[in-house]
Design a binder for this molecule. Sequence first.
Ligand code: HEM
Length: 245
Amino acid sequence: MERERFYAMLQKKQEFDYEKYLNTEQLLTAQKPYDELCNKDELQFQIVHQVEELWLKLIIYTLLDINEYMEQGNTNRVITLFKRVHITQRMMIDQLSLLETMSPKDYQSIRTQLGNGSGQESPGFRALTLAPQSLWKTFKTVYLDQKDLTIEKIYATEYDHSDTYMIAECLAEFDELFQKFSYHHMQLIYRSIGFDSKSLKGRSVELLNNRTRRKLFQEIWDVRTQMTDEWGTEYGVVRKSLPNE
Ligand code: HEM
C-alpha cells in the first residue's frame, strides 16, 4: 500500500462541511507528524491519551449540567446525564487496554519523548478531581437537608427507593468507576514498567495505589458498613449453615 497516499488523505485541507464542522484538519494533525514518531506504538500512545482528554472534557461538562439540574431538583435529567457520565467512564477504562498491546521495550522509547511529563498534569483529570466536592454539596443541600433526610434514612430506616436514593446510587456508581479507572491504570503501569518502579518524577508508582483506596463520597460507603454491622449484631456475625436436605 502506498503510505504517502493515505497520509495525504488524512492531512488534507478542510473542504467539505463534515470536515469543517468537525475541524478534522486540526484534529488529524494534533499528533506528531508520521516521520517524527519514535516507533510504531507512539501514534497509538498519543491518540489514546488525547481521546481520554476529550472524554474527560465531556464528563466535566456533563457534571456541571448535573450540578445545575440537582439545584433545580430535576431528578430525571440528573439520572439521564449520570448515565452518560457512567458510560463515558466505562469507555475510558476500556480504552486503557489498547495500550497493553505496546511492549515494555517500545514504551521505554516513548518515555524518552515525554520529557518530565506525567498524567498528574492532565488538565481533564485535575478538573475532574474538583467536581465531587461541588456535586456532594448540592446533593446534600437539595436532596438531603431540604427534605430532612440523611444517608442513613434513605438507605436504611426510611428506605423507599426515593429520588434521593437514586441520585445517591448515581454518585456511588461514579465513585466506583473512578476507582476502577485507577485500578486498571495501575495494572497498565505494572504491565508497562513493572511493580514498585520509579515514575518520571522519580516517585514509586505504588504511591498511586493510595488513590484506588480513597472514596469520593465516603458517607455512601460508610452507610453500607454500618448496616452490615447492625445486621451482624441482629443475626449474629457467624451464622449457622443451611440444613442438609
Ligand atoms: C503505558 C501507559 C501508561 C503508563 C506507563 C502510565 C504511568 C503513569 C505513572 C507512572 C503515573 C504516576 C505519575 C507520577 O508519579 O508522576 C501516572 C499518573 C497518571 N496517569 Fe498514567 N500511565 C499510562 C497511561 C495513561 C493513560 C492512557 C491515561 C489517561 C487519562 C493516564 C492518566 C494518568 C493520570 C490521570 C495520572 C495521575 C493519577 C493520580 O494522580 O491519581 N495514564 N501514569
